[in-house]
Design a protein around this ligand. Structure first.
Ligand code: HPA
Ligand code: ZN
Length: 372
């Protein structure tokens, strides 16, 4: 076919297409007067804030391979698919206690200053590439001392990792529920006091671990001390234990609750959360996998949002769960019809509750187009 033949045939095809459009009324002349209200395309969130993200739970296969190579650590397998299986929660996970067993392998890759620094950097870069614009990465310094690091060494290594990423991010230091680690928890608190900044470093403390085995009541004095030191804190509660665990956390002075999903078990606690403007850091996939909520059809996130509770949507342990924060937003859209507007509300709530400065909050609101 010559060039001219080709262009003539092209013109004929265009004409036929235009006729077809005119016939089916789906093209050509626009009959609108211009007075109709313009329909805005629905804009679901594509940038996110993660307030509840555990470093050891965020080690993906790719990151694990990099950390192992950097430190000359031999992984239990060289097969990526098998490694993914080892790093992610098994199908038969029955409880938070089972779930917490998945952390040994990622933790073994973060027992040197180089490993820990690199892990913070790689996790931050990973979530940044997924649309996260602000994150609070939490880790327990006492879980990084197997090979000679002190808790303070661990904090300094994590801070170096944080400095290398352009992501707006902060660190939350976790104490751990458990036995025989009381002194370690108080050391974490002292270090939090020493390193506390308003933004760009350590901004708060938390307590993680097996809530059903080591109840929140056991940690009253620890959080009294945190309050005395003026350290902001969030507490994992209402996940493996019931609503009264959340009530206690609020009594201790927590303004944010890790999960808090089970407050529905006690309407008085729901009322308390609303009245006090407590923020819930909700993590649906984690809650499904740990069976914090047995029937996901009744997952209460949207009900809480509608009820005016300050809900945020987070990953918890993205590596172990095999998800991203974007996945969690899509999950709630598809399962419960979470709307674009409700997503904006979740993000606005996250900014309001973030452990950072008013300046950073203002930047985030601008970046996400939040005016409320
Ligand atoms: N709960 C308690 N401890 C944890 C969790 C959690 O969901 N994830 C990692 N450590
Ligand atoms: Zn958590």
């Amino acid at each position: 076919m010559t060039g001219r033949q080709r262009s003539r045939r092209g013109a004929a095809l265009c004409l036929a297409f235009a006729l077809l459009l005119a016939l089916c009324g789906c093209g050509g002349k626009d009959n609108r007067t211009g007075d109709e209200p313009k329909e805005e395309p629905v804009k679901y969130a594509d940038r996110y804030i993660d307030l509840h993200l555990h470093l050891d739970g965020a080690i993906t296969t790719e990151i694990a391979l990099k950390l192992a190579a950097k430190q000359n650590i031999e992984l239990p397998t060289s097969d990526a698919a098998e490694l993914t299986r080892l790093l992610t929660v098994p199908e038969d996970c029955e409880s938070l206690n089972d779930f917490l067993e998945c952390f040994d392998l990622p933790l073994s890759l973060m027992q040197t200053p180089e490993g820990l620094e690199e892990a913070v950097y790689l996790v931050a870069e990973n979530i940044r590439s997924q649309g996260v614009v602000y994150a609070e990465i939490r880790f327990a310094p006492q879980l990084h001392t197997d090979r000679g690091m002190t808790q303070e060494d661990a904090i300094n290594a994590a801070l170096r990792g944080l400095k290398r990423t352009p992501l707006k991010a902060n660190l939350i230091l976790c104490c751990m529920r458990g036995e025989g680690n009381e002194a370690a928890n108080y050391d974490t608190l002292e270090l939090a006091k020493k390193y506390l900044v308003a933004d760009g470093g350590v901004v708060a403390v938390d307590i993680a671990g097996a809530e059903a085995l080591y109840p929140t009541e056991n940690y009253r004095e620890l959080f009294e001390r945190a309050a005395e030191y003026g350290i902001p804190f969030t507490i994992h509660a209402g996940e493996a234990d019931g609503a009264q665990s959340v009530r206690l956390a609020i009594e201790f002075g927590a303004k944010r609750i890790g999960h808090g999903v089970r407050i529905y078990e006690d309407p008085e606690v729901v009322k308390l959360v609303k009245e006090k403007g407590i923020t819930l850091e909700m993590c649906p996939t984690s809650n499904r996998q740990t069976h914090a909520v047995e029937d996901m059809d009744k997952y209460p996130l949207i009900d809480y949002v509608k009820d005016g509770i300050r809900v945020t949507l987070n990953t918890d342990d993205m590596g172990i769960e095999g998800i991203t924060l974007a996945d969690e937003f899509r999950y709630m859209e598809q399962k419960f019809g979470l709307t674009a507007e409700q997503e904006q509300q979740l993000l606005a709530n996250a900014i309001d509750a973030a452990f950072t400065t008013d300046e950073v909050k203002a930047e985030l609101r601008k970046e996400l187009g939040i005016t409320r």
